[in-house]
Design a protein around this ligand. Structure first.
Ligand SMILES: [Zn+2]
Length: 550
């Protein structure tokens, strides 16, 4: 997702070694209490929504595969009714195909006694009947046009405020929604629309089904008075705009841009994973939220002036990374946000040229350096729990994006894009951790990347590089020193740019920085006007004092 709503115009916007501070293992784990022998395969939600109350009544049928013998309990996340009774869910019944089941519902956990122990490989269906006013997760309220609307907004673990689920990205499932609501609303949801039936009493039943497994934070419904347009198809997949009816013209105008990033990523990464892509104006708290096949954008995104192209690129990139290949642990959120961040820069490079990529990377680098000053002990993969607010940090977005940029340089463009596609194809509609990504990149590049990942993904910080240069007798001498206070010494490639005269594009040589200090000499016919470090913006580093020796 992204927190940024586009501003009014103008729209501006190595092998390494850790000698000390050996970092934590790659597989860190957040604190979610996992049921390792339970695999939810499918959710079918039937929801009744009304105008005379903010309460919903629902039935969830949960299809479970048990992966070990002797399982006697299933635990689902579902928000409890508050003490004053105003919000939260009350469960009226839990049933198996064989009859009613006993349950408790405390501390937002619905514990279901399975009656008889489940066997390994067994499938069971359990239905939960419940009702209440959602305290969060499903936003029931008015749009900026003072029209009533309902929008799910689940990230990161807010689905359980309105649907009983294993509310953690490690357990993905297919899903369907059957929504009954006043007929004035159109309903958008995850998956493909499979039914729209007008009922008696001014109500309508709308059903959606996703035959592709998705994570609970991406399972959504949205109800409003919409204007709906199909703007085209990419690889046979319909791309739709759902904007408030009151903003039909500017909304349709802005949202058509979605075809471009959709087509680009479909070509660059691999086939789009879902049945459709709806881009939806909504009440999400974020600038944009990448719900699978139904991206929700903040309602203020519509301007009629096509200001949101990079926001669209970011959320659409998530359909591949985050939504289809999902981090199975919150500590690895960079696999979602770092990818979306870098792919947005790549899209800018594709549409506007390399200067746009470089400008984005420079902005991100400044942000990473500022963030590090305030948070010197956190890395890209850092324990997120218990406070999930930490997962949306500069580390997971900008530093994660920068890591991919450096990886691209290290392995080369061809191996990098082959690796991105191979990683997508291997983990599509499933889950992955950082090590899975590393293994794929090692395979395609035939390079051991363990130290590279360790240095940049698991270790806080980045090098600070300074030094001086001098020229005498046809020889340029460059002295470099790593100035960072941290004990980590980086081993990295670094480009040195030689500027023949002021304003000229530097020629460059790549050196290998292996220790705290390094001296490098080059035969040059003429004294350069200047020497610059990293002229092509390939390294995440902090500039220290550097210039001609006095
Ligand atoms: Zn994002």
């Amino acid at each position: 997702m992204t927190d940024r709503i586009p501003k009014p115009r103008p729209l501006t916007f190595i092998a390494a070694a850790a000698f000390f501070l050996m970092p934590a293992p790659f597989v860190s784990a957040d604190s979610y209490p996992r049921q390792t022998c339970v695999d939810i395969r499918h959710y079918a939600f039937a929801l009744d929504l009304r105008d005379d109350t903010d309460a919903l009544s629902g039935e969830a049928v949960v299809d479970i595969l048990f992966t070990a013998d002797g399982i006697r309990e299933l635990v689902l996340d579902l928000d409890n009714r508050t003490a004053d009774g105003k919000t939260g869910m009350a469960v009226s019944a839990v049933r198996a195909e064989t009859g009613p089941l006993a349950f408790t519902h405390e501390n937002d956990r619905l514990r279901i006694d399975l009656g008889t122990a489940a066997r390994k490989g067994e499938r069971r269906r359990i239905s939960v009947s419940y009702s209440g006013v959602p305290g969060d997760g499903l936003i029931v309220g008015k749009t900026k046009h003072a029209e009533r609307a309902f929008f799910a907004d689940n990230f990161p673990n807010r689905a359980h405020f309105w649907i009983p689920t294993v509310d953690h990205p490690s357990d993905k499932a297919t899903c369907e929604f059957a929504v009954t609501a006043p007929e004035a609303y159109q309903v958008v949801a995850t998956g493909e629309m499979i039914e729209s039936t007008n009922l008696d009493g001014g109500r309508r039943l709308t059903r959606y089904r996703s035959s592709v497994p998705v994570t609970t934070y991406c399972m959504v419904i949205g109800l409003a008075r919409f204007a709906v347009e199909t703007v085209g198809r990419i690889d046979g997949v319909p791309v739709q705009s759902w904007v408030y009816a009151a903003e039909r013209d500017p909304g349709f105008s802005d949202f058509r841009i979605a075809l471009k990033p959709m087509e680009f990523f479909d070509w660059r990464i691999g086939p789009f994973p879902y049945e459709k892509l709806a881009n939806v104006q909504s009440k999400t708290r974020y600038g944009g939220m990448e719900n699978a096949s139904a991206i929700f954008y903040h309602e203020n995104v519509v301007s009629g002036q096509n200001r949101a192209e990079s926001l669209f690129a970011h959320e659409i990139a998530h359909q591949w990374f985050g939504d289809s290949v999902t981090e199975s642990d919150w500590d690895h959120t960079w696999l979602s946000e770092g990818f979306a961040t870098y792919l947005t820069h790549i899209y800018a490079e594709y549409t506007k040229g390399r200067d746009a990529l470089v400008a984005g990377l420079r902005r991100d680098r400044d942000q990473v350096l500022r963030y590090y000053q305030r948070n010197p002990n956190t890395a890209i993969v850092t324990p997120a729990a218990p406070d999930l607010r930490n997962i949306l940090s500069t580390n997971s977005y900008q530093k994660g994006g920068w890591f991919l940029h450096m990886l691209r340089r290290l392995v080369g463009d061809e191996a990098f894009w082959n690796g991105i596609s191979a990683y997508y194809n291997r983990f599509k509609n499933g889950n992955a951790l950082t090590d899975d990504f590393r293994a794929v990149m090692e395979e395609v590049s035939r390079t051991n990347l363990e130290e590279f990942f360790r240095q940049w993904v698991l270790t806080p910080g980045q090098p600070e590089i300074g030094g001086d240069w001098s020229y005498a007798d046809g020889l340029l001498t460059v002295n470099l020193r790593q100035l960072q206070a941290a004990e980590t010494v980086y081993r990295t490639n670094l480009d040195l740019g030689f500027v023949s005269e002021p304003g000229a594009t530097p020629k460059f040589e790549t050196i290998r920085l292996d220790g705290r200090d390094g001296t490098f000499t080059f035969k040059l016919e003429k004294e350069p006007a200047d020497v610059v470090l990293d002229p092509n913006v390939w390294l995440l580093w902090k500039p220290g004092p550097f210039g001609r020796a006095r």
